[in-house]
Write a protein that binds this ligand. Structure first.
Ligand code: ATP
Length: 747
């Protein structure tokens, strides 16, 4: 394994991409240049890429300051990166590549990226890769004047770090550190888990009791459920049986009602037919009665007519008789008057004759007649037409004539009247005869059949049939009402059953989340309802007594138990792992101690040899302070230059101390060779004689390690196989000058 090249870009003064190539045959490369041109920046670059994060070690204020900060002519860069390219043909690096490029890149924002052969990785991967190659942290592969001072100085840890790296115990320390971290973790976990265990154990006691009660509760609840379901099943089956019976009854009642309805229809039809017949009969009877009444009326009218006509006829006969009598009387008067007239005409004066009184009576009578006649005439509008004049001749004659005329007129009138009456009488007689005939016609013939009686008999018969039928219909109505009420009762009973069933179904769904068909498929049976009910009540009482119950306790208890066993197992594991870790730490400590002691012993010997070479005689030793644990003990370095006594390092001169430190570093390199070693002006404090011994040593060690040496010393440069010159042609920007130029410069 050797360093093939160092490539920088944007790192400190190396703004541009810069590559320093190294070949295996060039064992010593000198890097030269004026102060401040950026030589040490190359070494910083190598250290940074190998994982250095200490800004003090990198000589910057903050890590982002390693990126090129810009110059008067150039802008600052935002990225800096450095690559170390190793040849790994010998497989020193534990990766299957013949070339391994380790690259680190950073951005001004602060984040860093790491790559091994272009594959991004963690810093730890790089450290792991380089661990024990001599290129790790706190390495002696990069030796600065400051590092020399660190080895020589009083800061024990810094010195230790260098020696531990050499001893290769970092891997033990790392593993120990990891084991200790794990141990701390394990112990913390043990504590935490022990606390949890205590907590669970306490909780589990309560949960166990709660779980036992809950278990009992569930048992009783299940028994109650079993009984309740069995009881419900029984009730349901009873209800269903009842429902079936009622349904059958309902069908029967409905069928009977239908048959009854058909009968009723027939009866109703018959009833209405009979009623129609009855109505017809009543109408007939009424008609007969009306007709009879009419005939009676006619008969009565005829009889009245006859009676009236007979009365008229009698009256007329009587009037006729009267008229005849009057006519006779009138004829007698006329005759008498005519006689008087004749007398008058003959001058006859009766004076005191025997006829005078009769004559006077006759006159008197005539006067009355005249008066009557005059009244009669007045009735015809001929007033004062008649005047009875008695006495003398002409006048009397006239009067008699007039009277005679009047009497004759009267006689004629009477005759006319008689004629009229006679005519009327005859007419009435005809009428009477006619009426008698009609009366005879109106009278029903004796022995004729009474239609009314027949009709009435028919009606009688019809009424009794109607009564029978109506009675039948009434009975049928009654039956219909009965069957309707029976039907209604059945329907009510069915609805009640339906209600009960749906109530049970609802309760089953609510309480047990099952349906009636599901219940029917279940095997729950009860033999005695009363016993079951009693037992259910007992169960409920028990449940009440157990309440309040934490039903989740069963599951929780099981879980907690499981958790406790898990925790116990975990605790056992952790205890085992703690013991293992303790053992491991013990073993690692032992191993590290042994290795460290071995290394230190070896180093002490090599250091003594190297010291003797560099100081031209004398001896030196490195030892651990007594009575201190090996891995913590102070590392004591003492030297005895030729002819002098043993001295601790601080008592040497500056040059002597530098040379002693160089001796230690060379010794370290000898026992743990590093592929390359970067030395930054470690020769600064040496005088010419010491430089000579130093360069000899350099050449000696260059056989095992590549040496990159930054120096101002020409004698050091002289032993280099290759020289890189670093210049700042452009202010603030470092540039590498080729070997040829470098050779020219040296010449
Ligand atoms: P010497 O011979 O005196 O030891 P040197 O050649 O080793 O000097 P370095 O120490 O490598 O020089 O370089 C220091 C220079 O690098 C300083 O001028 C410093 O300003 C410059 N420098 C450091 N960091 C940056 C940076 N991020 N950007 C630009 N320049 C930087």
């Amino acid at each position: 394994m050797f360093l093939k090249s160092l490539i920088l870009r944007g790192f400190k003064t190396f703004a541009d991409q810069t590559e320093l190539e190294f070949s295996p045959d060039v064992r010593i490369t000198a890097i030269v240049g004026p102060n401040g041109c950026g030589k040490s920046n190359l070494m910083d670059a190598a250290r940074w890429v190998l994982g250095e994060d200490n800004s003090r070690e990198l000589r910057v204020a903050t890590l982002s300051d390693i990126i090129f900060a810009g110059s008067t002519q150039r802008k600052a860069l935002s990225l800096g990166e450095v690559t170390l390219l190793f040849d790994n043909t010998d497989g020193a690096l534990p990766v299957p590549f013949t070339e391994v490029a380790v690259k680190r890149r950073t951005f001004r924002e602060g984040e860093s990226e790491f790559f091994i052969n272009k594959n991004q990785c963690r810093l730890k991967d790089i450290k792991d890769l380089l661990l024990d190659t001599g290129l790790g942290e706190a390495t002696y592969s990069i030796i600065t004047q400051g590092r020399v001072d660190a080895i020589l100085g009083s800061r024990g840890e810094e010195r230790r770090a260098v020696f531990e790296e050499a001893a290769g115990i970092n891997k033990y320390k790392t593993r120990k550190y990891a084991a200790e971290k794990k141990l701390i973790g394990a112990e913390q976990n043990i504590l935490r888990i022990s606390d949890i265990k205590v907590e669970i154990s306490e909780h589990i006691i309560t949960l166990e009791e709660q779980s036992r009660i809950a278990q009992r509760y569930i048992e009783v609840q299940n028994r109650a459920k079993e009984l309740d379901l069995g009881l419900s099943r029984k009730i349901i089956s009873q209800l269903l049986e009842k429902q079936q019976k009622l349904s059958r009854d309902l069908v029967r009642v409905k069928q009977a009602a239908q048959a009854q309805e058909a009968d009723d229809e027939t009866d109703q039809n018959e009833l209405s037919a009979l009623k129609q017949a009855q109505y017809k009969l009543e109408q007939d009877i009424d008609q007969i009665i009306v007709r009879r009444e009419a005939e009676k009326d006619r008969l009565r009218d005829l009889e009245l007519d006859r009676r009236f006509t007979a009365g008229e006829q009698q009256r007329e006969a009587k009037a006729l008789t009267e008229l005849s009598d009057r006519e006779i009387g009138l004829q007698q008067k006329i005759s008498a008057l005519k006689l008087q007239l004749e007398k008058e005409q003959a001058g006859l004066d009766l004076g005191d004759s025997p006829f005078s009184s009769s004559l006077s009576a006759l006159v008197e009578q005539t006067k009355i007649l005249t008066e009557q006649l005059s009244n009669l005439l007045a009735g015809f509008g001929k007033e004062n037409a008649l005047t009875l004049t008695l006495g003398h001749s002409q006048e009397k004659e006239e009067t008699y004539k007039m009277k005679l005329e009047m009497l004759e007129e009267e006689a004629r009138r009477l005759t006319k009247e008689k004629e009229r009456l006679d005519f009327a009488l005859q007419a009435h007689l005809v009428q009477l005869k006619n009426l008698d005939q009609r009366l005879a016609a109106v009278q029903p013939p004796a022995g004729a059949i009474d239609a009314l009686a027949v009709k009435r008999q028919e009606k009688e018969a019809l009424s009794s049939r109607l009564a029978v039928l109506e009675q039948k219909i009434r009975l049928a109505d009654q039956q219909e009402r009965q069957s309707l009420s029976e039907e209604a009762n059945i329907e009510i009973a069915l609805a009640k059953i339906e209600g009960e069933l749906s109530g049970i179904a609802e309760r089953l769904s609510l309480d047990y989340n099952i349906t009636i068909p599901e219940l029917e498929a279940l095997p729950y049976e009860i033999s005695n309802t009363q016993t079951a009910k009693r037992e259910i009540d007992e169960c409920r009482a028990k449940l009440r007594a157990l309440e309040p119950v934490n039903l989740l306790a069963i599951e929780e208890f099981a879980k907690e138990k499981e958790r406790l066993s898990f925790i116990e197992a975990q605790l056992a594991d952790l205890n085992a792992s703690r013991d293992n870790l303790r053992n491991l730490i013990g073993e690692l400590d032992l191993k590290a101690e042994q290795t460290f002691l071995e290394t230190m012993n070896k180093l002490s010997i090599v250091f003594s040899e190297t010291f003797s070479k560099l100081f031209n005689g004398g001896e030196a030793k490195i030892s651990l302070a007594a009575d201190q644990p090996v891995l913590e003990a102070e590392i004591e370095i003492s030297v005895r230059p030729a002819g002098r006594k043993w001295l601790p390092l601080p008592l040497l001169s500056g040059g002597e101390r530098s040379l002693s430190a160089i001796a230690i570093l060379f010794s370290l390199l000898k026992i743990r060779p590093s592929p390359f070693c970067f030395m930054d002006e470690v020769d600064a404090a040496l005088d010419d004689a010491n430089i000579g011994r130093f360069t000899e040593m350099l050449q000696d060690f260059s056989r095992q390690s590549q040496i990159l040496v930054i120096s101002h010393n020409k004698r050091t440069m002289a032993v280099a196989n290759n020289i890189y010159g670093v210049t700042m042609e452009e202010p603030g920007v470092s540039k590498i000058i080729s070997m040829k130029l470098a050779e020219t410069a040296v010449a």
